[in-house]
Ligand binder design. Structure first.
Ligand code: KMH
Ligand code: ZN
Length: 309
């Protein structure tokens, strides 16, 4: 069986400092947790940045620079920079980190959608930082905008030419697979494409096994055997969807961006703890874990010597 690539998403833009003391929001802790996650078995590290003053999601390249260099020096992991920013930013606002640092991989969100976090606000009586409660509650009205124009712009600016970034195509629902097929047929992307089934976000498809089967069947119908895929079970279904996805031939993504927990009601103490857990599960069930260079070969990446950091 082909080896399983573990991606670890270190901090994201969904969770806030109140929700877990273990969520890294400072460049030093982002670097330390990313390095530990790579040592635990993650071949790909998916990164957002935070404003170190208050932990708010940031797309300022200056907030990425300190941890990108440290992670590259200390690991061989593939660096994947988000173009998702946070769900209220425009695409033009979200692109500077990827354009500045030209990583081997970037996320690319494959459709516009509701992206709602507001039910999380009910769990907290007080907040560490003044921005957090408004950010979470206002998401009831969010539209995470990723139109065909936006997708084309990202493909044109980052996919070819000097950058040659490989995309992690974030597909939050079945329709997003059709959006990707449309773009692929117009030559915006090159095989092998890498799909990330994002399941469990309020606004997208729920994290249930029959939905995973349907996403996979639809991707098979649309892309034949010329694609690689991975799955995120956002929230409580993280480990279950990852283990089943790997049995179905997929790759997996874990990390505190997607779930703050290591078991029911128990916060994860680090990203590496989640990577170690999924690695144990994968190896017990017969899935060998891919190294970063094996991931580079499978995904057709340009190589760590072609990045700008
Ligand atoms: N936060 C995840 C649900 C991105 O960075 O472009 C999806 C994500 C989006 O990782
Ligand atoms: Zn992300």
């Amino acid at each position: 069986m082909a080896k399983t690539i573990i991606t670890c998403a270190i901090t994201g833009a969904v969770h806030t400092p109140t929700m877990s003391d273990h969520l890294p929001v400072h460049p030093d802790t982002i670097a330390e947790q990313a390095i530990a996650a790579a040592e635990a078995g993650a071949a790909i590290i998916h990164l957002h940045a935070r404003n170190p003053e208050n932990g708010a999601p940031s797309v300022d390249p200056a907030h990425f620079e300190p941890f990108l260099g440290r992670i590259k020096q200390s690991t061989n992991a593939v660096i994947n920079i988000s173009t998702g920013g946070n769900p209220v930013m425009t695409v033009a606002e979200r692109l500077p980190p990827a354009l500045t640092f030209s990583p081997e991989m970037c996320s690319l969100n494959m459709g516009s959608m509701n992206f709602a976090l507001h039910p999380l606000a009910e769990r907290y009586d007080s907040w560490k930082e003044p921005w957090e409660e408004g950010y979470i509650r206002a998401s009831e009205g969010n539209i995470f905008r990723n139109t065909f124009t936006d997708i084309r712009m990202i493909a044109e600016q980052l996919g070819g030419g000097e950058h040659r970034v490989k995309f992690e195509h974030e597909c939050y629902d079945v329709g997003h697979l059709y959006n990707l097929k449309f773009c692929l047929d117009r030559g915006l992307f090159h095989a092998p494409i890498f799909l990330q089934f994002v399941m469990g976000i309020l606004g997208g498809i729920s994290a249930e096994l029959d939905n995973l089967m349907f996403m996979k069947q639809t991707a098979d119908k649309l892309f034949g055997d010329s694609y690689q895929w991975s799955v995120i079970g956002a929230g409580a279904q993280q480990m279950k969807l990852a283990s089943v996805g790997a049995l179905m031939g997929g790759h997996v993504r874990v990390g505190l961006e997607d779930s703050l927990y290591i078991a029911r009601g128990e916060l994860a103490t680090s990203n590496a703890q989640q990577v170690a857990k999924i690695r144990r599960i994968l190896e017990e069930q017969g899935n060998a874990v891919a190294t970063p260079d094996e991931a580079r070969a499978v995904l057709g990446l340009k190589g760590a010597d072609r990045v700008a950091f």
